[in-house]
Design a protein around this ligand. Structure first.
Ligand code: NAG
Ligand code: NAG
Ligand code: NAG
Ligand code: NAG
Ligand code: NAG
Ligand code: CA
Ligand code: CA
Length: 948
C-alpha cells in the first residue's frame, strides 16, 4: 500500500529479517505479503478442486502456507522453483507500480479516481485472460502484478472500510456495474483531524449516505491540487495533508492516519485479490491457471527444439525425429515428462512460427511431419531469428536445443540473442553438424554443393552456448542421435549447476565443485578436443582421463567434441584438473531439489524508495543489489553470494541479509566489468537430514554489466494496426560519442527507431521506438522488444527487454447470465440417494455478448448436460439440464463467455435451517430459496445498484 507501504517494504528489505514475508500478528501487511498470501491461498484451492474432480487424495498444508508446501500439496513438487519464480515476478510487478506510477493517482485509487482506477483493473483483467488463452503466461503474470496494485490500494486509500464493509467490492473487477456512490467533485468529505487523531475525520453524511471517497496526495510542499473539503492521503510524504482539512485517511500501515483500520483493509485486499484470481481461473480453467502460476505436472520443463529445415538437413531431421519419439515415449506418464513442447523451424528466408503444445502426441505428429523444406540457397540460414523466437516463447530458465549445419545469416542478432539469454536465464545447446574439417564429404546429391560451416562461423554458436551455459556439440550426422539423447535425457529433471566454466583460448586450469547430500546423478559434460584431465574426489582418490578402470567415473561416453562422465557420488569438495591448449568448456550438473532464483534489483530514485527488478544489464564497476531466493526447501538458508568472473579467478563477495521466507538481499561493492556468474553457498537444516548440509549452486548463465543505462516506458498493451510508441533514454557514465541503437522484436513487426544517438560524456539522450502489430494478429499475442545501445567502437553494450501484449479493444463487458426454467424435486427432509431433483437453466450472453463459451459444474455431484438453442430474439442460448441425488442439494454453475467474462449461478433445494413448519410444496420453496440466493449473488437485480 502506498506510499508509506513502500517505506514499509523498503524497511522490510533493509532491516535484517525484521518483518519477514511471514504474517505476524501486530505487524503491518504490505503489497508483497497481501499478494503472496492471496496467491498461495487461491492456488491451493484450485489444486484442491482439481484433486476432487480427478478423485485423488488432497491434503491441505498446515498454515502458514509456503510456495514449497503448496507445490507439494498440488502434487507438483518439481514446480516449486517455477511457482516461486512466478509469485515473485507478480509481486515485483505489483511493487513496481509504486516506482513507475508513483504520482499517477488512478493507479492508487487516490483523489477519487475510481472510474479510472477500475478501468486499469478491468482492462488488465481482459488482457490477462487473452494472454492466458494464447498460453502467453509470462505476459499474463506481468499484467496481473500490475493490476493487483490498484485493486489492493482501493481498500487502503478509499473509505470502503470506514463505510463498514468487511468484504471486497465485487464491482472493481467488473466493468458493467456501478462502483458505488462516488462523492461529487464539489462535495466535502473530510474535516481536520483532532491533532494526530484521525479516527473521526470523515464527515458523518458521507458515512451515512454510503458515499465513496479517497484521499488526495501530493509531494510538492505548499502546492496542492486538493479541492476544498476533500480528504488527504496523510502521512509525512503527503504534503496535501498539511492543508485543511488536515490529516489523512490511508490505512497503509498500523501507524498510518487510519492505521486503526489497517488490518480490516489488508484483509479486504487479500480477499479482493483472491476474488480477482478466482475470476481469472474461471476464464482460464484450472490447468492453465496453474500454468500461469508456474505449476505443471511432470518435470515442469519445456522440451524446446529449434530446427534448421533446409534441404541439407534431411538426415539430421530424421535423427531428430527418432530422438524425439524415443524421448517422448520414454517420459510420458513419468515425473520426467516435459510439461510443454516447443518447436521453432527456420530456414531462409523464413523462420517460425513457434509451435507450442502440452500434448506429447500432438508434438510427435508435428515433429514427424517436419521435412526438409528446401530453400536455404546460400548456405546461411536464419538460425538466430529462430532462436530469438524460442527464447521469448519458452518459459524462463528453459533449455533449448538448436540443430543446424549452416552458419547464421542473421549474425547481427548476436547481441540481441545474448540479451535475451541473460534476461530469461535460458540454456542454449547447439547441435552442429558439418563443421569444416570435421566430417567427410557425403556422397548423396544434395550434399554435393554443401558448403561447410567454417570454424569462424561455428565460433558464433560457441560464444552463444557459452554465454548461456549450454554446450556447442560438434558431431557428424551419424553421431547426432547419441549426442542428442545424452543431453536431452538428462535435462528433463530438476537439474542444478554445480560448476560451469570455459577457457578460450584453452589453458591448463584447476576447478573445484562441492557435492552435497541432496545431489544425485552427478554428471560432467566436457566439450573440446585433445584434452586430458585428472579428477580428484573428496577423499583424495584420483582418476585420469586416460584411466578406464578407476572408481570415480562410473561411465563415460564420447561423441565428436563432447564427453560425458557419470560420477560415483561422494559428498564434499571435488577437484578437476584440466590440461588443454584448445578451447574447452566444463560443466558439472546433478539432480537436486535445492536451487536458487535471483534478480538484479535497483533501489529507485526520487521521493519513493523501493526495489525494482532490472530488465537491463546492471551498472558495471559500481555497487549493486541482488534479490536471491532459495527454492526446494523451507529450511535452507543462503550464507554467501559471489559474482565470480567467468574466465578468470576474480570474485566479488556480497553482504547477505535474510528477509525471511527464504529470501535474501545481497549487496556487492562492485559489479565486475567482465563476464561473471552468480554463485550461491548455503545450508540446509532440513529435519529429514541427519546434519546440516552445505550446498553450492551457480547460474549456468554468464552475465555482463555495463556503464550504459537504458530506461524505457513499460506501458504494456498495444492495439493491432495502431502504431505504438516506446520512448526510451540512454545514459552513459563513460565517454560520449555516437551510440548505435538497435531495436528488434521477435515477431517481425514493422518498427522505426533512431539508428544512433549522440551522447555527451556522462550524458544522456532520448529516442522512441514505434511498433505496429498487424491487424490480423490474435488478441492475447505478445511481442518482445529488445532495445540495444552500443558505445562507439562496440566497447560496451546495454539493452532493455520489454514484453508487450497485443489486445483487441474489448467489446463484451458482461458475463453470461442464467435463467431458471424449471426446478423439480421429490426430495424429503432426510435425503436418500434413490430420490433425485433436477433443474433446467437457460444461459445467455446478451445481445451484444460474444456468446457462451463454457458451462462448468463448480459444485454439486450430479450430472450436467448442455444443448444449444435459439432464443426469442434469434440469439444463441445454451440450455443446461442438471440432475442430482437429494443428498447433493446444491449446485453452482460457472458460465464463461468467449472473452472470459465469468458468471456464477447457484441453486439449492436445501430448506432453511429454521424449524418452522411451512405448508409450501417443496419445489416451490426451493425455487424461492434459489431466487433469494440469486438475489444475494446479484444475479437478479438491476446491474447499476450502488453499494449497500
Ligand atoms: C484461504 O482463505 C480463506 C478465507 O479467508 C480461509 O478460510 C482459508 O482457511 C484459507 N486457506 C488456507 C489454506 O490458508
Ligand atoms: C532410431 O532409434 C533406434 C533406437 O534408438 C535405432 O535403433 C535406429 O537405428 C534409429 N534410426 C535412425 C534412422 O537413426
Ligand atoms: C593444479 O593443481 C596442481 C596440483 O596442486 C598444480 O601442480 C598445478 O600447478 C595447478 N594448475 C594450475 C593451473 O593452477
Ligand atoms: C537419477 O536418474 C535416474 C534415471 O534417470 C532416476 O531414476 C533417479 O531418480 C535419479 N536420481 C536422483 C537422485 O535424482
Ligand atoms: C552505492 O553507492 C552509492 C554511491 O557511493 C551510495 O550512495 C549508495 O548508498 C550505495 N548503495 C548501496 C546499496 O550500498
Ligand atoms: Ca542449409
Ligand atoms: Ca459477455
Amino acid at each position: 500500500m502506498l506510499p508509506s507501504g513502500l517505506a514499509a517494504l523498503c524497511l522490510l528489505l533493509l532491516q535484517t529479517g525484521a518483518l519477514g514475508f511471514g504474517i505476524l500478528p501486530g505487524d503491518s501487511l504490505n503489497h508483497l505479503e497481501i499478494t503472496e498470501t492471496a496467491i498461495l491461498n487461491a492456488t491451493v484451492q484450485v489444486c484442491h478442486k482439481l484433486a476432487q474432480a480427478e478423485g485423488t487424495v488432497f491434503t491441505f498444508p498446515p498454515p502458514p502456507l509456503t510456495a514449497e508446501a503448496v507445490a507439494i500439496a498440488c502434487d507438483s513438487p518439481k514446480s516449486s522453483k517455477t511457482f516461486r519464480a512466478a509469485v515473485k515476478f507478480i509481486i515485483l510487478r505489483n511493487v513496481r507500480v509504486d516506482i513507475r506510477h508513483a504520482l499517477n493517482a488512478s493507479f492508487h485509487f487516490d483523489e477519487e479516481n475510481f472510474i479510472e482506477g477500475r478501468k486499469i483493473i478491468t482492462d488488465g483483467i481482459s488482457a490477462v485472460k487473452a494472454s492466458n488463452r494464447q498460453e502467453n503466461f509470462e505476459a499474463a503474470r506481468q499484467k496481473l502484478g500490475e493490476i493487483l496494485h490498484p485493486l489492493q490500494d482501493f481498500y487502503s486509500h478509499s473509505n470502503w472500510v470506514e463505510l463498514g464493509n468487511k468484504n471486497p467490492n465485487p464491482n472493481l473487477i467488473r466493468s458493467d456495474t456501478s462502483i458505488g456512490n462516488i462523492a461529487d467533485e464539489s462535495r466535502a468529505t473530510c474535516r481536520n483531524c483532532d491533532g494526530d487523531d484521525c479516527r473521526n475525520n470523515i464527515l458523518e453524511d458521507i458515512i451515512q449516505e454510503n458515499v465513496l471517497t479517497s484521499g488526495y496526495f501530493g509531494i510538492v510542499p505548499f502546492v496542492s491540487t486538493k479541492p476544498k473539503g476533500k480528504c488527504s492521503h496523510g502521512g509525512l510524504v503527503d504534503q496535501t495533508s498539511t492543508i485543511e482539512p488536515k490529516g489523512g485517511i490511508n490505512k497503509d500501515t498500523l501507524d498510518a492516519s487510519h492505521g486503526h483500520l489497517h488490518t480490516e483493509a489488508a484483509n479486504a485486499a487479500i480477499a479482493a485479490t483472491r476474488e480477482l484470481l478466482e475470476d481469472i481461473r474461471g476464464a482460464a480453467g484450472d490447468r492453465d491457471f496453474l500454468q500461469m502460476m508456474g505449476i505443471s505436472k511432470g518435470s515442469n520443463k519445456a522440451l524446446c527444439f529449434v530446427i534448421d529445415t533446409t534441404d541439407s538437413m534431411r538426415d539430421e531431421i530424421e535423427a531428430v525425429k527418432n530422438v524425439t519419439s524415443f524421448l517422448v515415449n520414454s517420459k510420458v506418464g513419468t515425473d520426467d515428462e516435459p510439461s510443454v513442447y516447443i518447436l521453432v523451424p527456420f530456414n531462409d528466408p523464413d523462420f517460425g512460427p513457434l509451435i507450442r503444445t502440452t500434448d506429447p502426441d500432438v508434438f510427435k505428429t508435428i515433429i514427424t511431419s517436419l521435412s526438409a523444406a528446401g530453400g536455404g540457397g546460400d548456405f546461411e540460414e536464419l538460425s538466430l531469428s529462430g532462436l530469438q523466437l524460442a527464447l521469448t516463447g519458452a518459459p524462463p530458465s528453459s533449455e533449448i536445443f538448436l540443430f543446424t549445419d549452416a552458419s547464421a545469416k542473421d549474425k547481427q542478432l548476436k547481441s540481441t540473442v545474448i540479451a535475451l539469454i541473460e534476461r530469461t536465464k535460458t540454456v542454449v545447446n547447439f547441435m552442429l553438424t558439418n563443421i569444416s574439417g570435421l566430417r567427410r564429404r557425403r556422397r548423396s546429391d544434395h550434399d554435393q554443393h554443401r558448403n561447410q560451416m567454417s570454424k569462424l562461423d561455428a565460433q558464433l554458436y560457441r560464444d552463444l552456448a557459452q554465454a548461456s551455459g549450454g554446450l556447442a556439440i560438434e558431431v557428424t550426422t551419424a553421431e547426432l542421435p547419441v549426442a542428442t539423447s545424452i543431453i536431452t535425457e538428462s535435462s528433463s529433471s530438476s537439474l542444478v549447476t554445480l560448476l560451469q566454466a570455459a577457457r578460450s583460448p584453452g589453458r591448463a586450469d584447476n576447478f573445484t565443485f562441492l557435492v552435497d547430500e541432496s545431489v544425485g546423478n552427478l554428471t560432467v559434460y566436457i566439450t573440446g578436443r585433445s584434452l586430458t584431465f585428472t579428477l580428484i574426489n573428496p577423499s583424495g582418490e584420483s582418476q585420469k582421463s586416460t584411466d578406464g578402470t578407476g572408481s570415480l567415473i562410473t561411465s563415460s561416453q564420447s561423441v565428436g567434441n563432447f564427453q560425458t562422465l557419470r560420477l560415483n557420488k561422494q559428498v564434499g569438495l571435488w577437484e578437476m584438473r584440466m590440461v588443454s591448449t584448445d578451447p574447452y568448456t566444463l560443466k558439472v550438473i546433478g539432480q537436486s531439489a535445492i536451487d536458487f532464483l535471483f534478480d538484479f534489483v535497483e533501489a529507485s530514485q526520487g521521493p519513493f524508495t523501493g526495489f525494482d527488478a532490472l530488465e537491463t544489464r546492471p551498472r558495471a564497476g559500481v555497487n549493486g543489489t541482488l534479490l536471491v531466493s532459495v527454492t526446494g526447501s523451507d529450511s535452507a538458508t543462503v550464507t554467501e553470494v559471489a559474482l565470480v568472473e567467468s574466465s578468470g579467478s576474480g570474485e566479488v563477495n556480497g553482504i547477505v541479509e535474510s528477509q525471511g521466507g527464504g529470501d535474501f538481499l545481497v549487496r556487492v561493492d562492485r559489479v565486475p566489468s567482465v563476464e561473471f556468474v552468480v554463485r550461491v553457498r548455503g545450508q540446509d537444516n532440513s529435519s529429514s537430514r541427519v546434519s546440516t548440509t552445505s550446498f553450492q549452486r551457480q547460474t549456468p548463465t554468464n552475465f555482463r554489466a555495463s556503464s550504459l543505462t537504458i530506461i524505457a516506458d513499460s506501458n504494456s498493451i498495444l492495439a493491432p494496426g495502431t502504431p505504438f510508441s516506446v520512448p526510451f533514454s540512454v545514459m552513459t557514465s563513460g565517454t560520449g560519442g555516437n551510440f548505435t541503437i538497435r531495436a528488434t522484436n521477435d515477431q517481425g513487426f514493422a518498427s522505426t527507431f533512431p539508428t544512433s544517438l549522440l551522447l555527451a560524456t556522462g550524458g544522456s539522450a532520448n529516442g522512441t521506438v514505434t511498433l505496429t502489430a498487424p491487424l490480423n494478429i490474435p488478441s492475447g499475442s505478445d511481442v518482445t522488444l529488445t532495445i540495444e545501445a552500443e558505445a562507439p567502437g562496440a566497447t560496451d553494450t546495454n539493452y532493455i527487454v520489454l514484453r508487450f501484449s497485443i489486445i483487441n479493444t474489448v467489446t463484451d463487458f458482461t458475463h453470461p447470465v442464467c435463467q431458471l426454467l424449471s426446478l423439480q424435486s421429490k426430495c424429503s427432509e432426510n435425503c436418500s440417494l434413490s430420490s433425485s431433483w433436477e433443474l433446467s437453466v437457460r444461459v445467455t450472453d446478451g445481445a451484444d455478448g460474444t456468446g457462451v463459451d463454457r458451462v462448468i459444474l463448480q459444485q454439486g455431484n450430479g450430472t450436467i448436460s448442455t444443448s444449444m438453442g435459439v432464443g426469442t430474439n434469434n440469439e444463441n442460448v445454451t440450455l443446461v439440464s442438471y440432475r442430482a441425488s437429494c443428498c447433493s442439494p446444491d449446485v453452482e454453475l460457472m458460465v464463461v463467455d468467449r472473452l472470459g467474462n465469468v458468471g456464477s449461478c447457484f441453486y439449492t433445494i436445501r430448506a432453511t435451517s429454521s424449524s418452522g413448519t411451512r405448508d409450501t410444496p417443496s419445489s416451490l420453496l426451493c425455487l424461492s430459496i434459489a431466487v433469494a440466493v440469486m438475489q444475494m449473488l446479484g444475479l437478479l437485480v438491476p446491474t447499476d445498484r450502488g453499494i449497500q
